[in-house]
Design a protein around this ligand. Structure first.
Ligand code: FAD
Length: 325
């Protein structure tokens, strides 16, 4: 029976959303594969976090070691390789953050495991798991089978496995001695830089009205603010809007901006460059307005309006206000 291990991701003594999403995916995989579900927490101080996890996971394996005060892929790789060395068959499930992507490929090599990154769904047939991920700038959904692999590492697309609390039995915490030797890791943590924080947090917004270069060089921003207000959403944007100083950097969606997962993403005058689309993979409903019917954004949008946003935006706002009565 394939055991499922979920790697807890945390920062500044707080579990990150990706941990809970990985736990959700792990629960489903454990149910489908009939295997045990374990969570692994590597930290210098498990206080609070281990108990929080144990409320949702049958077993939490905790390694407390000062080396894990901050994330270090080198030390994490050594610890996980040692913990998992005799656990095959297993699947290790983790987020797809920069930290996890710093860890997953090297770990897969160290474990001689199969690896699939940025997975958005899984399927289990005849006791064998397969993963789904996108390829070629999100144009193709690929099904990845693991060809008899007994050790599998997967990272998950943010927002693809929304967590529901209480979906699993409460469990126990088991402390294990740190398997990491006292040698200095090859990587060194320098300092923690807090991202610029603004008046809005687009990463946690449910409704986003996102502006692209199509709004023009000297747009009347009030029109878009008013639409966002009517929709109960917040404003975000593509990179050119930040470059033109129309909105601050923390509003930028994309691979060099913020990854968002709203329930509704309205893209106004955004072409759909892969660096932008990379930030909205977790959005289940994308609506695009663009005057170019061939704009790539329409390939990822569920609904598209081909037209001039200067006409569509006021009409949309009026309709929303009408519907709201
Ligand atoms: C290393 C790197 C990282 C990057 N990171 C990011 C990132 O994080 N986020 C990001 O967004 N970009 C990023 N970019 C930039 C990215 O490649 C694109 O240049 C950018 O996303 C394009 O923004 P846009 O869609 O707003 O503009 P454009 O590509 O110029 O598209 C404008 C669109 O508006 C439409 N339009 C014009 N007028 C109207 C109108 N009146 N009504 C309706 N539609 C109209 C046009 O048809 C066009 O499709 C990055 C680039 C690099 C090289």
């Amino acid at each position: 029976m394939t055991r499922i291990f979920v790697l807890a991701e945390h920062r500044l003594q707080k579990l990150r959303d990706a941990t809970w999403e990985a736990l959700e995916a792990g629960r489903k995989l454990a149910a489908d594969l009939g295997g045990e579900l374990n969570c692994i927490l590597l930290t210098d101080n498990a206080a609070g976090m281990a108990d929080e996890l144990a409320k949702e996971c049958p077993k939490v394996l905790v390694v407390e070691d000062p080396k894990f005060e901050t994330f270090n892929s080198d030390s994490a790789m050594k610890a996980l390789a040692a913990i998992l060395s005799d656990k095959a068959p297993f699947m290790l499930v983790m987020g797809n953050s920069n930290s996890m992507m710093d860890l997953a490929p090297g770990l897969a090599v160290a474990l001689d495991a199969a690896l699939a990154t940025d997975c958005f769904a899984f399927e289990v047939k005849d006791g064998r798991p397969a993963a789904f991920r996108q390829m070629y700038n999100y144009k193709v959904n690929a099904k990845v089978s693991f060809k008899g692999a007994e050790k599998i590492v997967v990272t998950l697309r943010g927002g693809a496995f929304p967590f529901s609390s209480g979906g699993g039995a409460a469990g126990a915490v088991e402390k294990i001695a740190s398997p990491v030797a006292d040698e200095a890791p090859r990587k060194r943590f320098l300092n923690y830089v807090e991202a610029e924080k603004g008046d809005v947090d687009i990463a946690s917004a449910d409704i986003i009205v996102s502006l692209g270069r199509g709004i023009g060089d000297e747009p009347d921003m009030e029109i878009f603010e008013s639409l966002a207000d009517a929709m109960g959403g917040v404003l975000a944007c593509s990179r050119p809007i930040v470059d033109k100083n129309l909105l601050p950097k923390y509003h930028q969606v994309g691979t060099s901006g913020v990854e968002v997962k709203p329930k509704v993403y309205l893209a106004l005058g955004i072409s759909g460059a892969f660096q932008h689309v990379g930030g909205i993979k977790g959005a289940p409903l994308i609506v695009a307005v663009n005057k170019d019917a061939k704009a790539p954004i329409f390939r990822v949008a569920q609904y598209g309006i081909v037209g001039d946003l200067n006409e569509v935006v006021p009409a949309l706002e009026e309709k929303i206000k009408d519907l709201k009565g």
